[in-house]
Design a protein around this ligand. Structure first.
Ligand code: AGP
Length: 613
């Protein structure tokens, strides 16, 4: 995700901000930029690629000034180009921004109607134009920023400079983090998206809250509510983290941090993709017309690993809700079989990295056979994204841990949106049914949050079973892929052998494995398969298997089954259970691996992106 660093004080802010941006590099980005106010003028310098390119570009210029604001960009709207890099400047107003402006197209059109001309493809640029308009209408700098932000729907953390108010620096946040730090000198302030960028300069921090704006001058700092302008009193906290801990925001591993980021990541993936009254979806960004959506006769999904599991869930949704035939292939198999693919086929490539060799090859084979290609991808302008006719990006932010977690739940979110788009175009669901599904989707971040609050229960469960040699995961219907995913998570980071199986297959083999040494994870959500699943876990209990049951609140477990763990989840709606039930399985795998002492973020033999066959 994007990174912001800003400085106001007696030092030359350039080295301070560059140092801070370097400390945010772990967040992943594709371009960088800096804005320096010096003698009433703001110079901006931007470059594509890594921070090194920006530093090379400005090295000879002996740049000096304060305040200074800097940015590393993880592209979400607009390709990773210099023109789209931040800071964005318009008539003396300069902005850096982290987040997603949901209504930016509407604001951009309104501003263009007033004659504004834009120089980038980004959502961010509308902010500098909105502030300029408010200034032109007579507002002072701080009032202009708050008026502009009150027009915005979406998420932001931003820093703003204005050439005609050289003594001021303004920052604000809504659902995107921003941390303020007090310098050692009077009138010295540091601001950053995350704590690592500040640790070289200060450990006295203030966390800005949503809907707050801070105005900095050499005389002091004032924090006010954006809606009412009321001054806010904030607590100064002392940070004791070391720099490595700080990069993980205090979490022990990136994987755990990313598991806990899922409510925000799922929410961000929904932003800008629902219609005005949130009763339906709007995937116009993909660029397919309703006629094109209706023209597809079947769908093929190609992916690897966890992304393949996401495709398996999507198959159920596409067939049940959009009433379109859907097949899911492991990419390395698809590319070598003689697939029935033609001009009326939509081939969907799912890839977090967008660089997986087998998925790329499968998509190229599909293209050769005349299919339309759609990417579900987390990295803008990655090879998969560039290859396809349309892209629906997951907004998970960079996923550092090799074991995929937030990318998976955001892939499912994107695939569910795709299903609803197809169901709308094909009229396979009524407007009321679509609206009900959207409402259920909007409740999901909160439901995931509630599971995360009970992480300790999964840690205790992991303590009971981390020394076993084998695990079996069972589920039915659209939760069967979650049994596969839970097993993959466990095996790839704890090195314990684990298998996911359709519960109906028990009698066809796996039941031979059941004994008291075998923990059997059973997903038993309140859905059409519940009665059958109860039968399955009774078969396990009858053979002394150790049951770990994940269910809804109303499951009655027969009294004679006493050797079990039971984790209860809230009801979210049958179609969305996969996005919720995977979360405790991610935590179970994580805590098991920690107890096993493996390298959780970089498990042996694995790479984050398999760019070779
Ligand atoms: C999942 O935890 C693994 N890291 C792996 O299976 C991964 O999902 C697979 O390699 C596909 O990667 P991609 O999504 O980047 O294409």
């Amino acid at each position: 995700m994007c990174g912001i660093v800003a400085y106001l004080g007696p030092k030359n802010g350039v080295p301070v901000v560059l140092d801070g941006l370097r400390k945010l590099e772990y967040r992943g980005y594709d371009s960088a930029g800096i804005a320096i106010l010096n003698q009433g003028r703001i110079a901006i310098h931007r470059s594509v690629g890594k921070l090194f390119s920006l530093e090379e570009k400005i090295r000879e210029q002996q740049l000096d000034g304060s305040p200074v604001i800097g940015h590393t960009r993880w592209a979400t709207h607009g390709r990773p180009t210099e023109a789209n890099a931040h800071p964005h400047k318009h008539e003396g107003v300069v902005v850096v921004h982290n987040g997603i402006i949901e209504n930016y197209l509407e604001l951009r059109r309104e501003l263009q109607d007033y004659g504004h001309v834009f120089s980038s493809e980004t959502d961010t640029e509308v902010l500098s134009h909105l502030i300029v308009r408010a200034l032109a209408a007579g507002a002072d700098f701080a009032a202009a920023v708050s008026q502009a932000l009150l027009r915005v729907r979406g998420t932001y953390a931003l820093a703003v400079l204005y050439e005609k108010a050289p003594e001021k620096m303004i920052v604000a946040r809504q659902s995107s983090p921003l941390v303020l730090a007090l310098g050692g000198n009077p009138g010295e302030y540091f601001v950053a998206s995350d704590i690592p960028a500040l640790l070289n300069w200060s450990r006295e921090v203030i966390f800005l809250d949503d809907g707050e704006m801070a105005v900095f001058t050499a005389a002091g700092m004032k924090i006010v509510g954006l809606d009412d302008g009321q001054e806010q009193k904030k607590e100064v906290r002392r940070i004791s983290w070391d720099p490595i801990m700080a990069e993980k925001s205090g979490y022990r591993h990136f994987m755990l941090k990313e598991i806990f980021e899922q409510p925000e990541a799922v929410g961000n993936t929904l932003l800008g993709r629902l219609n005005e009254d949130r009763s339906g979806v709007d995937l116009s960004e993909i660029g397919f017309s309703p006629e094109q959506w209706r023209s597809f006769r079947d769908i093929k999904i190609v992916a690897c690993g966890t992304s393949w599991h996401a495709g398996l869930v999507a198959k159920y949704w596409l067939e049940n809700l959009a009433r379109i035939p859907a097949e899911v292939d492991i990419a390395s198999e698809f590319r070598y079989r003689d697939p029935m693919v033609g001009p009326e086929t939509l081939v969907v490539g799912i890839s977090q990295s967008g660089e997986t060799a087998d998925t790329l090859a499968a998509l190229r084979e599909a293209r050769r056979r005349g299919a339309s290609l759609l990417a579900i991808c987390n990295v803008m302008e990655s090879s998969v994204a560039r290859l396809c006719d349309g892209v629906l990006y997951t907004h998970a932010g960079p996923e550092i841990g090799v074991a995929s977690t937030k990318a998976f739940t955001t892939q499912l979110t994107a695939l569910f949106l795709l299903t609803l788009e197809l169901a709308t175009a094909r009229r396979s669901l009524s407007a009321v049914q679509i609206s009900q599904q959207v409402k259920a989707l909007l409740r999901l971040p909160q439901a995931i949050e509630k599971v995360l609050e009970r992480a300790l229960e999964l840690e205790l469960m992991a303590r009971r079973y981390h020394q076993v040699d084998d695990y079996l995961y069972l589920a039915r219907g659209l939760n069967f892929p979650i049994a596969l995913e839970g097993a993959l998570k466990l095996k790839e980071i704890s090195y314990i052998h684990a298998e996911g199986y359709p519960a109906g297959e028990m009698k066809h083999g796996p039941i031979a494995l059941i004994d008291e040494a075998m923990p059997v994870v059973v997903l038993a959500p309140p859905d059409r398969h519940l009665e059958k699943i109860v039968g399955n876990f009774q078969e396990v209990a009858a053979r002394d298997g150790r049951l770990l049951i994940f269910s809804g609140p109303d499951l009655e477990i027969p009294a004679e089954i006493d050797k079990l763990d039971h984790f209860i989840l809230e009801v979210v709606g049958e179609e969305l259970n996969p996005l919720l039930y995977v979360v405790p399985l991610q935590l179970l795998a994580y805590y098991t691996a920690v107890l096993k002492g493996t390298d959780v973020d970089q498990p042996r033999n694995l790479a984050k992106s398999v760019t070779v066959e």
